[in-house]
Design a binder for this molecule. Structure first.
Ligand SMILES: O=c1[nH]c(=O)c2[nH]c(=O)[nH]c2[nH]1
Length: 298
């Protein structure tokens, strides 16, 4: 006998660009939005009764309509607005998860209407709402950083397969993929209304990003694991509203090239930047008194 397990459905990766026109000085928000709804959805799976199913096409349309109707400020507010809307408007839907990625653009010179896609990282968030509460995780990915010194890796365990030489000076590089959980998301659940009291998402983002970058640069690293912990603790120290930080750090290995065959020295000047395989260092840093995460990480 089979039974239906956990399930959800939605529209993945709706690409929406919202232009705001203030005279000649335009603004753009470029987002990828994914919705996922869960609730009383057994019948659609078991008997094919679609009466509880708001089509994923309608979910996509809602993203576009809300971008027009409410505008797009911080992506966390947009995600919460959508999540609350689906739960509040669909009797069968008891849980909504909305993930948003923001792709950064910069002004192209002094032109008000012209933009250059930025080489910056992608800003991310995931909002959950279940009718009684909301949870928000914010973050970023593809923040590529590199230190040319102040990184060692030695004293590690060795077995018969170990060939890695110990080093007291290496390049340390990674593409930061990080999410942080906000402890103090408003419980205001009124439909289509932004919460009265919500964290200043943009300020928290800039503070967390600055903390990550500073900790990466000023930590004398004995391992990427140690750097990960330093980055997580720095975010918690700088951002009181954040209670948990999850980091995923690929170790972008830079191998010193042997130039001796060409009669050349190589005193930490020429490296081979390998793309794979790569070490993947992952970890969570959280406050001792962090509240229960609920569905925040689902
Ligand atoms: O910072 C590092 N941590 C490791 O666990 C590891 N393993 C490895 O081969 N190089 C490194 N570097």
């Amino acid at each position: 006998m089979a039974v239906l397990g956990p399930n959800r459905y939605g529209k993945a990766e709706t690409r929406v660009v919202r232009v705001t026109r203030h005279g000649d000085a335009h603004r753009i928000k470029d987002l990828t939005v994914s919705t996922a709804l869960a609730g009383d959805l057994a019948e659609v799976h078991l008997s094919g009764d679609n009466s509880a199913v708001l089509p994923t096409d309608s979910q996509k349309n809602t993203v576009f309509a809300f971008a027009k109707r409410h505008g797009v400020g911080a992506i966390e507010d947009f995600a919460l607005l959508l999540a609350r809307h689906f739960v509040d408007s669909q009797p069968a839907i008891h849980h909504a998860r909305v993930a948003v990625e923001e792709h950064a653009w910069e002004r192209n010179g002094a032109f008000g209407h012209s933009f250059v896609r930025s080489g910056r990282e992608v800003r991310t968030c995931v909002a959950h709402h279940d009718g009684t509460g909301s949870w928000v995780v914010s973050g970023l990915r593809d923040l590529v950083v590199l230190n040319t010194t102040d990184s060692e890796f030695r004293g590690f365990a060795k077995d018969e397969y170990t060939t890695l030489p110990e080093t007291r000076d290496r390049v340390l590089a990674t593409a930061v993929d990080v999410s942080w959980r906000h402890a103090d998301v408003s419980e205001d659940v009124s439909p289509d209304v932004l919460p009265d009291v919500s964290p200043d998402w943009d300020k928290a983002y800039e503070k967390a990003r600055a903390a990550l970058l500073t900790a990466f640069a000023d930590t004398y690293s004995l391992s990427l694991q140690q750097t990960l912990y330093a980055m997580g603790t720095r975010v918690l120290a700088e951002c009181p509203g954040i209670c948990e930080v999850r980091l995923s750090l690929p170790n972008r290995h830079h191998f010193l090239v042997d130039l001796a065959p060409f009669g050349l020295p190589n005193d930490g000047e020429v490296f081979f930047a390998a793309d794979r395989p790569y070490g993947l260092i992952e970890g969570t840093v959280l406050r001792e008194d962090a509240p229960d995460a609920g569905p925040a990480w689902e």
